[in-house]
Design a protein around this ligand. Structure first.
Ligand SMILES: [Zn+2]
Length: 561
């Protein structure tokens, strides 16, 4: 009896299906978005107007008429008229905890007077729980009308009961209040340490508040390391800042075991608004640690957290001449920078990673740093061939021209940060000289040699705003439009290439292109919705684009309710 009723219902459904052929099956969508300019990045259907989400996945992508049919009474409708919808933007190289921790420090860059700094300290002291340190960074007395170093008295008045420590913009001086000086035991009789100076009141000899260079070490170690709770809070704040900027996923380039635990807790609590692809930070005991030995964690917490990569370092940075070059620095004869790792150690690490199933991502900036990494990858892969290893070089900033084709040949992904080029352009030529600039930030040559470029920002070193990255990628200009015509403009990316770099190619760098990075049925409903079409608007307007909604797994995570 029951069986026949079911049969009847099925038969009815079949007849109904014949009548309304276009009506897709299944329950109503959780969310539909209508009337937008949807760039799907899906070659099968590059443009659409609308999409429907069910269970965190895209149920359909199509025209308004097609998608409207999927809405029921409980469906949330987003009216995207005049808006542009992109696959959720991904930053392939950032540092969430540092971003969030930076938000906890007072940003003093651009302050116009010592009084303005003191006012910011007073405000922070009133808002923060009592007792803790007030930390800040970025003041520069050269920007002020009164260009002498400030004294502790202003800070004593602003926050008498708790230590205050404000680092100068260049990191070479710090400004403390009396409470901090007392905690450090710095008094009139404290001698200046070698390589440092304690600025003093000329009348009394009392420390005046500013500590220069090595004298900073008398105080800085007292600044407490963040507690577990503070670290977790920093991660959460960093993630929230990212979704506000339109990011739906971040590759976190160097997380320790506790950081992994904290991400997992945030995911469990529903407090991780975006997806994190974590790279485990290399350390002397990495290989022995359980996190490494147990192998990758993929798709934890509804695909909120994946820990599948290891981050190591081959060299330093170009600005401080720590990047390892094949020839001398053009502006420092005799200096070729420094390797941070022995080539053999990198090869061994690559081998270990292959054996346990980890992806290896190695920071390399200089042409020697990059060659050493490519050599290490190549040797490890020769020993243990793996078709789909997706080893990555993080930054890949300065390449010998002969090494560029090796990325595509070896299947190594150059994970690059477009805004590094526009930040470094004022002095990169000084460090490298004209000939080596041919292989510097050489996106066009890399793309033409057949390699995709996953894009990121290295936040908080650069802004975490992906639109700044897309702008830099397509213009090779800074936010002020300098230089005219772009720096080494032959290396520009097209709009599509830049967008691929921040979507599907960034997903590929995390083995995730099979379920996100394009907008097609069955893919994750991760969306970045902007108030203008960054593929079509004038390039200068890319920087003015506003994030209207950030959607992760079909949920609007920005703005939050
Ligand atoms: Zn980094």
């Amino acid at each position: 009896m029951r069986g026949s009723r079911i049969l009847a219902a099925a038969a009815l459904a079949a007849i109904a299906g014949c009548r309304t052929l276009r009506e897709p099956p299944g329950p109503p969508a959780d969310l539909v978005l209508l009337g937008g300019t949807v760039h799907t990045m899906d070659p099968a259907r590059p443009r659409a107007e609308a999409l429907a989400v069910r269970g965190g996945l895209l149920a359909a992508v199509g025209s308004d008429d097609e998608i409207r049919l999927l809405a029921g009474p409980g469906t949330r409708v987003l009216d995207a008229a005049g808006l542009t919808v992109l696959p959720g933007l991904v930053d392939a190289h950032g540092h969430l905890e540092s971003l969030g921790a930076g938000l906890r420090r007072i940003d003093l860059v651009g302050t116009a007077s010592a009084e303005e700094v003191a006012a910011a300290v007073r405000e922070r002291a009133a808002a923060a729980p009592p007792g803790g340190w007030i930390l800040g960074r970025g003041w520069d007395q050269n920007d002020w009308a009164k260009k002498s170093f400030p004294t502790r008295h202003l800070l004593d008045a602003a926050a008498p009961d708790r230590p205050v420590w404000l680092v100068r913009i260049d990191g070479h001086a710090g400004w403390a209040n009396g409470r901090a000086l007392a905690l450090a035991g710095i008094g009139p009789s404290t001698p200046d340490p070698a390589g440092g100076r304690i600025l003093r009141d000329p009348a009394t000899g009392e420390p005046a508040g500013v500590l220069v260079d090595a004298a900073m070490d008398l105080l800085a170690p007292l600044v407490p390391r963040p507690t577990r709770a503070e670290r977790k809070d920093a991660l959460r704040r960093g993630a929230e800042a990212c979704v506000a900027a339109g990011l739906t996923s971040v590759h976190d380039a160097g997380v320790d075991a506790e950081g992994v635990d904290l991400c997992r807790e945030l995911a469990d609590e529903g407090a991780l608004p975006l997806r994190v692809y974590a790279m485990l930070a290399d350390s002397p005991d990495l290989i022995r640690g359980t996190t490494f030995r147990e192998g990758p964690v993929v798709g934890y917490g509804g695909r909120r957290l994946t820990v599948r990569a290891v981050k190591a370092y081959a060299d330093g940075a170009l600005g401080s001449r720590g990047a390892a070059l094949l020839e001398d620095y053009a502006d420092d004869p005799g200096n070729r920078g420094l390797l941070q790792a022995e080539p053999a150690a990198l090869e061994a690490l690559a081998g270990r990673c292959l054996a346990v199933g980890w992806q290896l991502c190695v920071h390399a900036i200089g042409d020697r740093g990059n060659r050493v990494v490519l050599d290490a990858f190549e040797a490890a892969l020769r020993r243990a061939p793996r078709a789909d290893h997706r080893f990555r070089v993080e930054h890949a900033q300065v390449l010998s021209l002969e090494d560029i084709p090796r990325f595509a040949r070896l299947g190594v992904l150059p994970s690059m940060q477009p805004t590094h080029a526009t930040s470094d352009m004022p002095w990169a030529g000084d460090r490298l000289g004209p000939a080596r600039l041919a292989g510097a930030y050489a996106w066009r040559k890399i793309l033409d040699a057949g390699s995709a470029i996953p894009c990121g920002s290295d936040f908080p070193v650069e802004s975490h705003d992906p639109l700044k990255g897309i702008h830099a990628a397509v213009t090779r200009q800074d936010a002020g439009g300098r230089p005219e015509g772009g720096w080494l403009p032959g290396e520009r990316m097209t709009r599509e290439e830049a967008l691929r770099g921040f979507t599907v190619d960034a997903c590929r760098a995390a083995f995730e292109e099979g379920w996100k990075g394009t907008l097609a049925p069955g893919m994750a409903a991760d969306l970045t919705v902007l108030d203008r079409d960054v593929l079509a608007c004038p390039a200068t307007e890319i920087l003015e684009a506003r994030v209207v909604w950030t959607v992760v797994a079909g949920e609007v995570v920005y703005p939050s309710r």
